[in-house]
Design a protein around this ligand. Structure first.
Ligand code: TXA
Ligand code: MG
Length: 323
């Protein structure tokens, strides 16, 4: 299908149009607090097939299901005390919980044939408004082409998926700028599958995990080592820029630096860095430099998720531009 993609402002009329299209099975670009999502009703096989097609996403990579409230989300999984505690503390917000699935109404196609599901309650007011009016949970991966940088504005979604969807609802810039943290509660050991907008220390406070033996990282179905990639090749953990490199600084930009340079956060704030990361990578990618060098970012708090994305963004470029 070929659409003339519209970016719509958040208004009563536009929300109703979006809800009606979603209801009839269409796929729409919607804002969340983490990144923009490519949303469609989770109980419609064709809709889910379309989401995979629009993103060119492999079918073995399951989708996160988004709910308007914690009770509905918990009702669709086998929720133990960890799930209930985490939901109470962090929903709505940037946490996705993976657990054994109880619901029979979620299309199998969204689950990549697993007997588990990832559920989350987003905090973005516009997304919640849509969910409340629609009354059906929404499957929503990030609204980028597979392997590319996640979008943090309506314009980014347009750049990624122009003509593949009919509507993008504009909710302004994503306030967190990194995807949700994905936590796996299917086994006794709690595992973080993807570091994201909610950091490990916060989770540790609630389910008292105090060492790395209990929180392990392992490969989630869709978590390949190359992802979130700009076209320009990247060098990370850099101390200073080299000749012909664009400089993505963490902190101040050297006074007399003559090349292309931009700072993720002049005051070295990790929250601000997370919010700016994808936006600035997109910006530098468009400047067509030989390489993007990213200044070293501390591996703590949100820095863990930021470094994870940077590692994936810089992993063995296969499609790097040649100069
Ligand atoms: O912040 C977010 O989570 C955004 C917004 C739109 O909500 N969504 C998002 O979705 O990042 P996506 O599809 O780009 O990433 C979902 C990740 C995938 O890496 C997938 O492998 C993992 O969650 N996942 C989903 N269901 C899973 C399951 N049952 N078991 C293990 N991992 C799962
Ligand atoms: Mg994604």
């Amino acid at each position: 299908m070929h659409f003339k993609t519209k970016i719509l402002k958040n208004s009563k009329k536009n929300i109703l149009e979006v809800v009606s299209k979603l209801d009839s099975g269409e796929v729409i670009g919607l804002p969340t607090e983490t990144v923009y999502g490519l949303a469609g009703r989770c109980d419609n096989k064709n809709t889910i097939d379309n989401i995979y097609k629009i993103k060119s996403r492999p079918k073995n990579n399951p989708l996160i299901i988004h709910y308007s409230n914690p009770n509905d989300a918990l009702r669709d999984i086998y929720a133990d005390s960890r799930a209930i505690e985490l939901a109470k503390k962090f929903w709505p917000g940037p946490l996705s919980i993976v657990a054994k699935i109880k619901s029979r109404s979620i299309a199998r196609e969204a689950l990549a044939d697993l007997n588990t599901v990832a559920v989350r309650v987003p905090s973005n007011k516009i997304f919640l408004d849509v969910l409340n009016k629609l009354k059906t949970p929404l499957a929503a991966p990030s609204a980028n082409r597979y392997g590319k940088i996640s979008p943090t504005s309506a314009k980014d979604v347009y750049e990624e998926l122009n003509s593949k969807i009919s509507i993008i609802l504009d909710g302004g810039p994503s306030i967190i700028g990194l995807e949700s943290t994905v936590i796996d509660l299917t086994e006794k050991d709690t595992k973080i599958l993807r570091y994201g907008g909610l950091n490990k220390q916060e989770i540790n406070k609630i389910i008292s995990l105090d060492n790395n033996k209990t929180i392990k990282i392992f490969i989630s179905p869709g978590l390949s080592s190359s992802h979130y990639q700009p076209d320009t090749s990247m060098r990370i953990n850099a101390i200073r820029p080299r000749k012909n490199e664009a400089w993505l600084a963490f902190g101040a930009i050297p006074k007399h630096y003559k090349g292309i340079a931009i700072s993720l956060s002049k005051k070295k704030c990790l929250k601000e860095t997370a919010k700016n990361l994808y936006k600035m990578l997109r910006y530098l990618d468009k400047r067509k430099c030989a390489k993007i060098a990213v200044q070293k970012i501390p591996e703590l708090g949100l820095g863990i998720a930021i470094n994870d994305r940077l590692q994936k963004a810089s992993f063995k470029k296969t499609n790097a531009k040649k100069y």
